[in-house]
Design a protein around this ligand. Structure first.
Ligand code: KIV
Length: 275
């Protein structure tokens, strides 16, 4: 089944949970697509998981376009959503539209995601009016890590919870087709999900959201620098990889790899003539 922003909305109406994961390369995107994932996000989390930065702030438009194009070539059915990196949409509406356009034109994304509520509604409206679907992102918005004073659960006070509900309504009004809720108390995320008509995609926001998203290295146990509380490890691929690398090193040093099975043959007569 081909996934589109329309099928996402239909899934919310039917109560069919939307599944999303992040990916940053062709092979991983292809594996997820074959497994039947609804959407793939090229998250600016690539700054941490792929590029080794401490946060997402250094990620550039060029980084995002490069990785989006890799994923788009591997994803045949999943909806491909690309993150707009820090400072690619905050400065002006015009820059936001131009950069969103680059992610579609050069990266072949089918939608873009940007962080923030009321403060970025002008951008959401203008990008949507340029026929580019926008996924909003509320709660813990990692590009604001310095303004938040760290990676913390959001919306815990009455005032903060009301602001989050208001922001969710505002991004819907501005034209967003869905919204990520990150690190939001489960009961509050459920209220937001029931309040707005666009799908909510949760990460650390409980089971009451219309869908879920995880960073793939987190759910596969491949990224050990920091593991948030909301992560479930569905496999320990990191351990499998480390063991395979160690086996390769051992067998190469011992001379037990490669064997004849991994080698190419040549006529013995030719070899004799070379001696
Ligand atoms: O950058 C990212 O991977 C994200 C998800 C965690 C939602 O924004």
């Amino acid at each position: 089944m081909t996934n589109t922003i329309t099928t996402f909305k239909e899934q919310k109406l039917k109560g069919d949970k939307i599944t999303m994961l992040t990916a940053y390369d062709y092979s991983t995107a292809k594996l997820m697509d074959n497994a039947g994932i609804n959407g793939i996000l090229i998250g600016d989390s690539l700054g941490m998981t792929m590029l080794g930065y401490e946060d997402t702030l250094s990620v550039t438009m060029e980084d995002m376009i490069h990785h989006t194009a890799c994923v788009a070539r591997g994803a045949k059915n999943a909806l491909v959503v690309a993150d707009m990196p820090f400072m690619s949409y905050q400065v002006s509406v015009e820059e936001a539209v131009r950069n969103a356009g680059r992610l579609m034109k050069e990266g072949r994304a089918q939608a873009v995601k940007l962080e923030g509520g009321a403060s970025v509604c002008k951008q959401i409206k203008a990008i949507t009016e340029a026929s580019i679907p926008v996924m909003a992102h509320l709660g813990l918005t990692p590009q604001s890590v310095n303004a938040f004073g760290g990676f913390k659960v959001q919306g815990k006070s009455l005032e903060a919870a009301r602001t989050l509900i208001e922001d969710a309504k505002r991004v819907e009004e501005a034209g967003a087709f869905s919204v990520v809720l990150e690190c939001v108390p489960a009961a509050l995320a459920k209220i937001i999900t029931e309040t707005i008509s666009i799908p909510t995609i949760g990460i650390g926001a409980g089971a009451g959201c219309d869908g879920q998203i995880l960073v793939y290295q987190d759910m596969l146990g491949m990224y050990s620098d920091f593991t948030p509380k909301f992560v479930k490890k569905f496999a320990n691929v990191g351990q499998v990889m480390t063991q395979a690398f160690a086996d390769y090193i051992k067998e190469t040093k011992e001379g037990t790899f490669p064997t004849v099975e991994q080698s190419f043959k040549i006529d013995e007569e030719i070899i004799e003539k070379l001696k």
